[in-house]
Each structure stands twice: as C-alpha cells, then as structure tokens.
Design a protein around this ligand. Structure first.
Ligand code: XMP
Length: 513
C-alpha cells in the first residue's frame, strides 16, 4: 500500500523543518521540498496534503518564490502558513499588501468561524506566534475569513469545499498555543491521514532509499562515536553492510573506554558486517599538541590533524562513491547562520576532508532533530549508552584540559569524569543537559596521610539547557558532589582538590576552552 504523505513546500522560512517535524509528531510521514518542485513530481508523489511554508519575501514582487497556480487544480488539500498563506491568496486572486502595522511575536488570535475544520477544538482566543509585514487584505473568491487579530483582519482563511486553507501565524512553533492541534486538524481531519507513520517507517524507507542510491557502490563514514555518526553508521550498515567502511579515529581525547565502546558496536565482534577501521592516533595528537596552550590553536590543531589522519586512511581505501555524514537538522541551521562572532571555532568530526575522492555526500539524518535521531537509534537497536550519550565536543577532552595537553592529564580527566558520571547516574539526578569533569591547570597544596601534596584541581561542571546556546549551572545535590570529591581525590592519582563550577552561560561557556 502506498504510504500517506504530506509535502512541505519550502519558500525560505526559518521553521520549515520544524513544520515537517510537527507533522511527523502527528504520525504522518512528511518531506520538505523546494518550492520549485514540479507538478509532475507532485502528482507522482501523490501526497495527501501540501503545506506552503513561510518566507522572507513579498508575494507581489516579481522575483519572489512562487509555485505553479495549477497546484490548486490537483485536488490536493493545501495549507499556507505565513508567506504560504499570502501566496495562496495572491495566486487565487486575493489581495496582499504591506500591512499598516507589522506584527512580530506573541499575539492573540480570535477564531471567527467556529465551524472551521482547521480550528476544530481550538480555543476561540489563543496566543499565536506572528512574524509578518505583509498581510492578506482581501481573500480570493470562494474563500471566507476564519480568524483575525487586532491588526490582521485575515489571520486565517479557507475555501472548505476545495480544502484550501491559510493561516498568517506559525502553528509549528511552541509559542503558538494551539499550533499542534491546528496542524493535526489539517493532516487528519482535512487531508484524511490516519496515524500511519512511525519511526520504524522512516528507518525502512531510508534503508531502501540508501540501497537504491548506492547500488553496488562503496561508501565511507567518519565515525566519531557520538550519537549522530553512530546512528548514521548503523543505518548505513543495515542498508549496505560490507559496502560501507567506517573509519574511527581515536584521537586520544575521548572519554574513558569510549573507543572500546564504539568498537564493540562497529568492530569485528559487533553485530554488523562492515569494514571497520580504528586508527589509534593518540600519540600523534599528543605530539602535535605538545606545549600548546592557546585554546583556539588547540582546537585548530585537533581539527586539522583529524582530517589528515582520516585522509590517510581514506587514501588506502581508494576511490569511494559516497561520503556519509551524520549531519542532523540543527547543524544545517547553525551552519547557515554565519554572521555571529566566533566565540569558539567548532570542529565536528565528520567535517569534510579536502583530499578524499568521492562522488557524492550522503546525509541520511539531515531532516531529523536530535530527539528523533535518538528515537531512530533505538529503533535500529543501538545500545542506550550510545543513543543517550550527552553531546561531546569534536576536540574532546582537549577543550576540557586547560592549557597544554599531555597523556597524563588526559588520564586524570578521564578517570575523574568517569567517577563523576557514575555517581550522577547512580544518584539519578535528572534534567541535566551536560555534565563532565575538566582539568584546571591549577595545582595547589593539600595534605594526604601526613604528607604535603601539590597536585591538580579538577572542576566539575553540570548545566541545564535545551539549546546549548544558553545554560544554567545545575544544582547537583551536595551529597553527590561530596561523594565525587572524595572518590576523585582518593582514586585519581595527581588530584588533591575538586571544585564545582556554578557559572551560567553566558557569561561562561559550557566547555572550558
Ligand atoms: P560552549 O562551550 O560553546 O558549548 O558553550 C556549547 C555546546 O557545543 C559543544 N561544543 C562542540 N561541539 N564541536 C562540537 O561538535 C566543537 O568544537 C564543540 N565545542 C563545544 C559543547 O560540548 C556544548 O554542548
């Protein structure tokens, strides 16, 4: 049976993948496509509904992105959001103008047509998220106004016979109180979709697509052991098995036992038949980092060396057809910004090497958000310790050791971090976005037994955050901290003091360098 699908047509808005995600949350399969998608292709895909997204342009300008008017003759229900709402009006003969007053942020929307299917079960007055300078001044023939706000006379409109709908606000963002209900009404009640999609479908569909695309070709993946590249790796392994080569560079800056954990899943004794190459490049990285204290220089060296090691391995394999990256949707948005000041130069394992021969890049997780990637990981049978792993920076412990890195300092921070994680997990502390131990470069005087010590201080950090752009220092219960302090000092040679970092971000950052 052909699967039910909703198409999101992208007109350049900020939240387009979020719309797709919300539709998937309604258990309906959804794909985002450019606005240039042809009518023929749409017919072929046979979607149950089409959503036109927002976008920064004015529909009445010649150069603005459009779609063919004939889309409205396919007999497919449509929902225009923001620019998409205006575009629906414009293409069907309504009037769009610059509004006398722009509307940004939270606004109260009043539903005028309580019998509207789009607003079925939605409160008459609710808070919506608005972001527009143009508005629909006059609806096209056959349409009626279904909602308004103080400054927007046509906050929503519809032609229920033809199943064309438009809404000026953004139902996909959390600020829109009834947003999920509105989207659910569209996909279920208007388009007639059932709860037909689960993550298992995504898995199967993607595996099939990968197989069709790669055929007998070869693919190469840079595996970091992080959640994203691990999920991409298992997905690829299940799709193409031995045609996949995973190169895992152990730069000696991973958490305790992490390299072995990755090898347990992907290596020769793991469940998959693939080509797994583990490069133990620890010494090489330590050598390059010798005596380097500047954080940005360290980041640069680690990033650069990673690429070099990876390239050397890739050369041994020869030409591959595809290079696989575990890019997920938030990476796509972040890399699209690019105007903000460089606080830290981020390095993502899986970044693109310059001298590897491949024909094409494959990014199988490109449309997923982090929690969806985790759900897919579970679906693929990846162990929880990999799926629920906290974010870990590409340069690894290199940015959790202040100042110059040595093998000895790496050992200290690995041991302390393992104890900290073990105790936090044992105590069941919830709600932490990230927590880890770092090695301050500070040594201080202590007393152990009857003797003087002059050893390092470990800093413990834990933050609550959802977006990692801002974060609050977490309140770890004192007995937990106290136990960690005792254990670290007793069990980790070279440490005689444990500090707790209670700084938020900003002004501090999450990592120490
Ligand atoms: P900061 O320290 O900037 O960290 O507050 C924010 C989040 O980003 C992670 N981080 C990185 N992730 N490559 C990465 O993939 C990097 O170079 C990098 N530096 C920091 C950090 O762990 C936190 O989650």
């Amino acid at each position: 049976m052909e699967k039910e699908m909703i198409i999101v047509m992208d007109f350049g808005g900020q939240y387009n993948q979020l719309i797709a995600r919300r539709v998937r949350e309604c258990h309906v399969y959804c794909e985002v496509h450019p606005n240039t998608l042809s009518l023929e292709k749409i017919r072929e895909m046979n979607p149950k509904g089409i959503i036109f997204t927002g976008g920064p342009n004015s529909v009445y300008k010649e150069e603005s992105p459009k779609c063919p008017k004939e889309i409205f003759e396919l007999g497919i229900p449509t929902l225009g959001i923001c620019y998409g709402h205006q575009l629906t009006s414009h293409l069907l003969g309504g009037v769009v103008e610059t509004a006398p007053t722009s509307e940004y942020g939270k606004t109260e929307m009043i539903v005028d047509a309580e019998d509207s299917m789009l607003f079925d079960g939605v409160k008459k007055d609710s808070i919506v998220w608005m972001s527009h300078t143009d508005y629909v001044a006059k609806v096209p023939e056959g349409f009626r106004v279904t909602a308004h706000t103080d400054v927007c006379p046509v906050a929503a409109m519809e032609n229920p016979e033809k199943k064309f709908y438009g809404i000026q606000a953004h139902p996909e963002v959390n600020h829109t109180e009834e947003g999920q209900k509105i989207l659910s009404n569209f996909v279920h009640k208007i388009c007639g979709c059932g709860d037909s999609w689960q993550m298992s479908d995504f898995k199967e569909r993607t595996i099939e697509e990968i197989r069709n695309k790669i055929g007998n070709g070869k693919a190469l993946l840079a595996l970091s052991g992080g959640v994203d590249s691990s999920v991409a790796g298992v997905l690829m392994a299940q799709a193409i098995g031995e045609q996949l080569t995973c190169v895992f560079v152990d730069h000696g800056l991973l958490r305790k036992d992490e390299g072995d954990q990755v090898e347990a899943v992907f290596g020769p004794n793991g469940p998959y038949k693939l080509n797994f190459i583990r490069v133990n490049a620890q010494e090489r990285f330590y050598k390059k980092l010798e005596g380097v204290e500047d954080p940005e220089k360290k980041r640069h060296i680690i990033g650069e060396e990673f690429i070099r090691v990876f390239e050397e391995e890739a050369k041994k394999i020869g030409t591959v057809d595809y290079f696989v990256q575990g890019t997920i949707y938030p990476d796509v948005i972040e890399s699209g910004l690019g105007h903000s000041a460089t606080i830290k130069s981020h390095h993502n394992v899986g970044g693109l090497p310059e001298h590897v021969d491949f024909k094409e890049i494959i990014e199988p997780l490109r449309m997923l958000f982090k929690d969806e990637v985790r759900a897919l990981g579970k679906e693929l049978g990846i162990p929880d310790y990999l799926v629920y792993r906290q974010p870990f920076p590409g340069p690894g412990l290199g940015v959790r050791i202040i100042g110059a890195v040595t093998a000895e300092k790496v050992r200290i921070v690995q041991e302390a971090d393992a104890i900290y994680r073990e105790e936090v997990e044992k105590a069941g502390v919830k709600g932490l976005g990230q927590y880890f131990a770092a090695l301050t470069n500070m040594r201080s005087v202590g007393v152990m037994g009857d003797g003087r010590t002059y050893d390092y201080a470990i800093a413990l950090r834990a933050v609550c955050t959802s977006d990692f752009m801002t974060a609050e220092a977490a309140e770890i219960p004192w007995p937990v901290l106290s136990r960690v302090a005792t254990r670290v000092v007793n069990e980790v040679k070279g440490v005689n003091r444990v500090l707790y970092d209670c700084t938020d971000k900003p002004p501090a950052t999450i990592e120490f360098e």
